[in-house]
Design a binder for this molecule. Structure first.
Ligand SMILES: *[C@@H]1O[C@H](CO)[C@@H](O)[C@H](O)[C@H]1NC(C)=O
Ligand SMILES: *[C@@H]1O[C@H](CO)[C@@H](O)[C@H](O)[C@H]1NC(C)=O
Ligand SMILES: *[C@@H]1O[C@H](CO)[C@@H](O)[C@H](O)[C@H]1NC(C)=O
Ligand SMILES: *[C@@H]1O[C@H](CO)[C@@H](O)[C@H](O)[C@H]1NC(C)=O
Ligand SMILES: CC(=O)N[C@H]1CO[C@H](CO)[C@@H](O)[C@@H]1O
Length: 717
């Protein structure tokens, strides 16, 4: 995931001004885009603030509870007679049998490029998408399901899927659902210890993975004595492991299934579909049990959010399927008869690192209409575009800046300026080129996993011309929670409750967050409804700690996040319980809030604020942006041997520190919130190093441990 994000920056860095052939679909879109909003403006002016959530009477502990205004009762399914994911898939395959469903690009060639300093990069040349229809996918799923039985996988045993997002992942998943087999999912970037723990704890007997993941398992295969069958998605099976385990190829499983068909053994809504191991910020990962009913409720709810979603939609699937956002999104696309094209973070655009120069990336070939992303990616998209514009300089930059500021003030104020001819012109002159990076047809972006900064949201909004549906939810709530609606142009909020959820704020007096606060009620966020999962696998204690059932039978999950409700019923996340530290003089520092504010500073790639209750000030570890810092150094004429050396230099630290202080001032941070001392770090924090989660959230404990000496020095000096 780190590579994926980092890569995105690079790909957008280059070639952003490549002109692309005119696309008739997007042109139509612009014309419609010019008329529809005018109607919206009239509607908007007639009712200044659109209400999206309303108070609701719920059970459980007292608080301030809100539901979606359009749905008096939590939504459970949007499809008649469908109560499991297996039924949802089967029904859609029957209805859309001859339409394309799954697409994977054909590999034409692969070569290894060696750079001057001896590092080697794989460069791939991919061709067009090769498609499976709904009927063909359904057949493949049935064969694989039968093949699993033939292989010896017994009723009640679990399967784990450990691989990057790809066609086989989806087929294997659906096959397991048809046999009422619970699937354990594991982030491909999880460390060895976590991997062992999750496979061992769930007593997985069949492991389905790619060749790359299989190689990772060599060293720990001795500890995985419960595993009896291994299925490799790639045709080339690495030899190193074939001694310990009998490895069967994916195609062979399908073949035996084809020859020996077995009937389906369908689950019911309350059966556990997936045990999803989330890379928690502390300790070993916990497996969240998601039932078919949980996931279905979320899929049904997200369907109500994306306007006009239907069989014409094309979705570029590249986020980890082990992430609930991606899992729900792919099910939604299948449910509406849409198209799923697979890609990968490293091959996304024409200039992605694994794409052979001169050949096309996934987005240009597929031209998706829908995509999902995590905020860290979108931040880097923004950086990439900005850097490219800065590098071009001159007239191009002036034009871009003018276009951007015109659009920004239009969205802010006069609504007639926001749409119509001027927007059309700017799109044609400036933003069309930016949009071509992602294929030029994108009409909606889903963002989840962490809060998106308002600045980035606006930027992506304007440059890509697409609304961003920002969601708030956790694996524990099956990604259910809140979702911002497409006509909500505000930023920094996460929207009203999804139709499948109630959101309740309860008092947290220690932090000063009360539902009686004015102007807005505040408190810890609880999510309730049919989307709330059963709890943690094999961890009664943790489950009891965070989940509760009220006297009316509704399950609630206590998120530990702090939020406030706006008058229109939209939620804003303002803090996190665990991340608030009381300094020696009694001031509360909200680490997350300060980090979000400071991460806007151009020198910052990543930052962790550290506050110690025994001191009166806080300090920060700053992963420096190599390009920005080196640019500054060369302008100053500072000589250095390498980046690590530059980060140690007194003047560099001073420069970054003062830039941070300026950023803090702009964000109106309090004096005690500004780090008094900083340490610059030259190498990025990656999921592989265990310092950030797969969704690129920082892991405080791990970072504190890794840099404990540096932190001590910052306080000592
Ligand atoms: C599905 O499998 C689970 C676990 O083995 C079992 O408890 C449940 O009864 C099964 N469901 C059906 C409908 O057979
Ligand atoms: C695997 O799980 C068993 C109990 O199910 C436990 O005794 C053992 O220590 C675990 N091994 C590892 C490597 O986690
Ligand atoms: C397995 O262990 C060996 C020796 O300890 C090490 O060199 C190798 O990198 C490890 N492989 C993986 C995939 O971790
Ligand atoms: C947009 O409006 C907000 C407040 O409504 C204001 O703070 C901001 O400066 C405005 N931006 C522009 C570019 O007009
Ligand atoms: C797991 C869970 O909370 N299931 C609930 C889903 O919603 C229905 C109706 O709202 C409840 O009856 C279930 O108990």
């Amino acid at each position: 995931m780190f590579l994926f994000a980092w890569q995105f920056a690079i790909c957008l860095n280059l070639q952003f001004c490549q002109a692309k052939a005119q696309n008739p679909i997007s042109m139509n879109g612009y014309i419609v885009g010019a008329i529809v909003p005018i109607v919206l403006v009239l509607l908007r002016n007639s009712r200044r603030v659109k209400k999206r959530g309303v108070l609701v009477d719920v059970g459980g502990e007292p608080g301030y509870a809100i539901r979606n205004i359009r749905f008096p009762f939590p939504l459970e399914t949007a499809w008649e007679g469908v109560s499991t994911l297996a039924e949802l898939f089967e029904q859609s395959c029957k209805q859309n049998s001859n339409k394309s469903l799954l697409g994977t690009r054909k590999l034409i060639s692969s070569e290894v490029e060696v750079t001057e300093d001896g590092r080697s990069f794989e460069k791939l040349h991919y061709g067009e998408y090769v498609w499976l229809t709904y009927a063909e996918t359904f057949a493949a799923v049935c064969y694989f399901a039968s093949g699993l039985v033939q292989l010896g996988h017994k009723k009640g045993e679990r399967v784990a899927i450990f691989a990057d997002t790809r066609e086989e992942w989806f087929i294997a998943l659906q096959a397991c659902f048809r046999r009422n087999v619970t699937v354990v999912t594991i982030y491909a970037s999880l460390g060895e210890e976590a991997l062992c723990h999750s496979l061992n704890e769930t007593e997985v007997t069949t492991l389905i993975c790619g060749a790359k993941e299989l190689k990772k398992l060599v060293n720990i295969s001795g500890q995985l004595d419960k595993i009896k069958h291994v299925i490799c998605m790639d045709d080339e099976i690495p030899t190193a492991v074939s001694g310990r385990w009998a490895v069967t190829s994916f195609a062979d499983v399908q073949r035996t299934g084809y020859e020996n068909p077995v009937d389906a053994d369908l689950p019911i809504a309350a059966d556990v579909a997936v045990i999803m191991y989330t890379s928690g910020s502390t300790g070993l990962p916990k497996g969240v049990m998601l039932t078919h009913g949980n996931i279905l409720a979320t899929v049904a709810a997200v369907k109500t959010i994306i306007p006009g979603i239907g069989s014409k939609d094309v979705y570029l699937a590249y986020l980890p399927l082990a992430h609930i956002l991606e899992l729900a999104a792919e099910h939604l696309i299948v449910a509406v008869g849409g198209i799923l094209g697979y890609g990968s973070p490293l091959t996304l655009t024409d200039t992605s690192s694994k794409i052979k120069p001169g050949t096309k990336g996934d987005a240009s070939v597929l031209a998706p209409t829908l995509m999902a992303a995590v905020p860290a990616i979108l931040d880097r998209v923004q950086d990439g575009v900005r850097k490219k514009v800065d590098a071009k300089g001159g007239l191009s930059k002036k034009l871009f800046d003018l276009a951007y500021s015109r659009r920004l003030s239009a969205i802010n104020g006069s609504w007639f300026g926001a749409w119509g001819l001027e927007k059309y012109l700017w799109d044609l002159l400036v933003f069309k080129k930016v949009r071509a990076i992602l294929g030029g047809r994108l009409r909606f972006l889903l963002s989840g996993g962490a809060p998106l900064s308002p600045d980035t949201q606006r930027f992506i909004n304007i440059c890509f011309g697409t609304p961003i549906g920002q969601g708030y939810g956790l694996t524990e709530t099956c990604a259910g929670g809140t979702f911002s609606e497409v006509d909500d142009t505000s930023v920094g909020r996460v929207g009203a409750p999804l139709p499948c959820s109630f959101i309740k704020l309860v008092d947290w007096p220690e932090g000063g967050y009360l539902t009686s606060n004015s102007p807005m009620p505040c408190g810890e966020i609880l999510v309730g409804g049919p989307n709330v999962t059963l709890g943690y696998f094999n961890n009664e204690e943790k489950t009891k700690e965070s989940y509760r059932v009220d006297e009316r039978g509704v399950r609630w999950f206590c998120t530990g996040d702090i939020g406030q409700f706006h008058s229109d019923g939209c939620l804003e996340i303002i803090d996190r319980k665990k991340d608030i530290v009381k300094l020696q003089h009694g001031e509360y520092v909200s680490l997350g809030k300060v980090e979000t504010a400071l991460s806007i500073c151009p020198y910052v790639d990543n930052i962790m604020l550290h506050a110690d209750p025994f001191h009166i000030f806080c300090v920060a570890l700053v992963v420096a942006s190599q390009q920005m810092v080196e640019d500054w150094a060369s302008k100053q004429g500072i000589t250095f041997t390498d980046f690590a050396d530059l980060c140690e230099k007194e003047e560099t630290i001073k420069e970054v520190h003062s830039s941070l202080a300026q950023t803090a001032k702009k964000s109106r941070l309090e004096k005690f919130e500004i780090p008094a001392k900083i340490k610059l770090i030259s190498s990025p924090w990656t999921p592989e190093s265990g310092l950030v989660t797969a969704a690129l959230k920082i892991k405080r404990e791990a970072i504190r441990r890794a840099f404990s000496e540096d932190l001590a020095k910052l306080y000592a000096s």
